[in-house]
Design a protein around this ligand. Structure first.
Ligand SMILES: [Ca+2]
Length: 366
């Protein structure tokens, strides 16, 4: 065998070795989009369970008189379904009040209808308990009440007179037109007088599990007006690659402007957000993609308020994720391309080997 044949075999052997090395170590560089499956959480936890729905104004320099000869009820009237108070599970409120003179009788905290009838009782106090200086007084009931349009959350005092009366503090800013309106009841008629009483309304947050029950009409509700950090997070039960987050909103008034999304392997250290995104202010599902090719991995997925556009609570009807489909290793059409490239790469050394045999060996044998 002459030298060129031997050199030919050596070259062919080297090419084959390199080919085998490529075959065993290198993936063809093609970014295949991964295939996803929907997954939901085995449990969800929210940042708030019971909180205070604080009226949106803060100054309280003046007060409404309440006594038998004037207004007998004062309160916040639910103007329409866009009201901050509409359909909220309210179980009580705190009011700031002072007493003038020496009135006698009881002060009732409750919800009143359009004709001034008490429709839900929160609690009452003897007016003698209310001192002559500003105090905060609380009426609470373990049963929540969901006000409808026309209801008034307020205070009734039917005793006293113009000189011996109750004064309920309200706020000097003008009514913002967006929520409830200060209203007074006298001689069988409610009169809206704009701006707000200095009330702190107590609202129950609804159960977080409502966000994973498969029913878009049931929802988790935050219990506090949207603020940075108000959150809900789910437990996938095991670490998964999270490609997208899916949220259902069932009311346009209860959607943050932007949210932050976190993926973590434990339920306390979520680190930096993997995505901050703007939400569509519309009813329905919206899916926020994290990555189709390199999704973050973790067991817990948290969404929290980043910025908000209204003073409303946050409602999440359904909360789920898309994770990498580990049963589908091929990743669809892209994988066919990937496999073709792979096949070409892996058989190339053998083709070259036989070409070299043809070039160097066959001519010697003929
Ligand atoms: Ca639900």
């Amino acid at each position: 065998m002459d030298g060129s044949v031997i050199i030919g075999f050596i070259i062919a052997g080297l090419i084959m070795s390199v080919g085998v090395l490529i075959w065993s170590n290198i993936e063809p560089v093609i970014a295949c989009p991964l295939d996803a499956v929907s997954d939901t959480f085995v449990a969800v936890t929210a940042s708030s369970t019971q909180n205070n729905l604080i009226m949106n104004l803060t100054a309280d320099t003046t007060s409404n008189q309440v006594h038998s000869a004037g207004n007998t009820i004062v309160g916040e009237r639910v103007v329409n379904t866009a009201s901050l108070l509409y359909d909220q599970p309210i179980f009580g409120f705190t009011a700031k009040m002072i007493r003038t003179g020496s009135p006698t009788g009881n002060v009732t905290f409750g919800v009143f209808d359009s004709t001034g009838n008490l429709v839900h009782f929160f609690g009452n106090h003897s007016i003698a308990e209310i001192s002559s200086v500003n105090i905060e007084s609380i009426g609470k009931n373990s049963t929540a009440y969901r006000p409808t349009v026309g209801d008034v959350i307020g205070i009734q005092f039917t005793g006293g007179d113009a000189s011996n009366r109750l004064n309920v503090r309200f706020q000097s800013q003008s009514f913002d037109g967006a929520d409830s309106v200060r209203s007074t009841f006298q001689s069988g008629t409610w009169t809206d007088v704009a701006n707000d009483f200095t009330f702190i309304i107590y609202v129950n947050a609804s159960s977080a599990s409502n966000a994973i029950d498969g029913n878009v009409n049931t929802y988790w509700q935050s219990g506090v007006p949207q603020e940075a950090g108000t959150s809900i997070y789910g437990d996938l039960g095991s670490t998964q690659q999270v490609m997208a987050v899916r949220i259902y909103s069932n009311n346009t008034s209860y959607i943050p402007a932007t949210i932050r999304i976190f993926v973590s392997d434990d339920n306390s250290n979520f680190g930096s957000p993997v995505k901050t995104t703007t939400l569509s202010q519309s009813v329905g599902y919206q899916t926020v993609t994290l990555s189709n090719t390199d999704p973050p991995a973790g067991r817990y997925v948290k969404i929290e308020v980043d910025t908000w556009g209204t003073d409303k609570l946050w409602r999440v009807g359904e909360f789920s994720v898309h994770v990498v489909d580990v049963t589908d290793e091929g990743y669809g059409a892209c994988a066919n391309i990937k496999n073709t490239v792979w096949t070409v790469l892996s058989i190339a050394p053998f083709v070259l080997f036989f070409v070299l045999i043809g070039m160097f060996v066959v001519p010697r044998l003929m």
